[in-house]
Design a protein around this ligand. Structure first.
Ligand code: HEC
Length: 167
């Protein structure tokens, strides 16, 4: 975990995406027009969100592979669950207006994310909550608790994907 990552943990309530801030600062430094700073920040937001989901996907696979063995290594499940919880809490800030299909960028985020923010917000909240529950279960080391929390988290992933992500 880098120093910056640790800072993000304590700042997870913040709505400011540090990646976007860096991109904007860089564009200003380069003397770019405000318009290109805005373009940069959207492109940056899309790549930050895809990278974050990719890491969540990898860590969730690690958890699933361990649980499948029937005798999960807690030293593997624990850090993976913790990473998912940290990253899940960031997801709600990864969908700024303009970062959908209309951006022209390569993204599977559906326009419904922005046309139905109430429903989408339920999923981002459920993601943060169920990922935290998996982290708690992993700390307990109880296999039944971990399995139950994993199932609930998996349902949240699937539910959001089927409604808000292109196939
Ligand atoms: C709140 C809705 C939501 C939830 C919950 C959610 N996802 Fe996603 N996920 C998305 C959207 C939208 C995309 C498409 C992002 C894009 O292409 O810009 C995505 C993309 C992904 C990707 C592809 C990333 C890439 O490389 O482009 C993976 C992997 C992924 N999600 C895994 C998961 C897993 C695992 C979970 C549950 C632990 C999960 N997601 C929960 C909405 C969600």
């Amino acid at each position: 975990m880098t120093k910056k990552d640790r800072k993000q943990v304590t700042n997870s309530g913040s709505r400011t995406n540090p990646g976007v801030r860096v991109a904007v600062a860089f564009a200003l430094l380069a003397g770019a027009a405000a318009a290109s700073a805005a373009t940069l920040s959207i492109a940056d937001a899309v790549s930050v969100r895809k990278a974050n989901f990719k890491e969540i996907g990898g860590a969730f696979k690690t958890v699933n592979d361990e649980l499948k063995t029937g005798a999960p290594d807690i030293n593997t499940v624990g850090p993976a669950a913790k990473d998912i919880a940290r990253r899940a809490a960031l997801v709600k800030d990864h969908f700024p207006a303009g970062s959908g299909p209309e951006s022209g960028l390569k993204t599977k985020a559906k326009a419904e994310i922005w046309s139905n923010p109430t429903e989408f917000g339920k999923y981002t909240a459920a993601l943060a909550r169920s990922a935290k529950a998996l982290d708690t279960a992993a700390r307990s080391g109880d296999l039944a608790a971990m399995t139950k929390a994993r199932d609930a988290l998996g349902k949240t992933c699937k539910g959001c994907h089927s409604q808000f992500r292109e196939k």
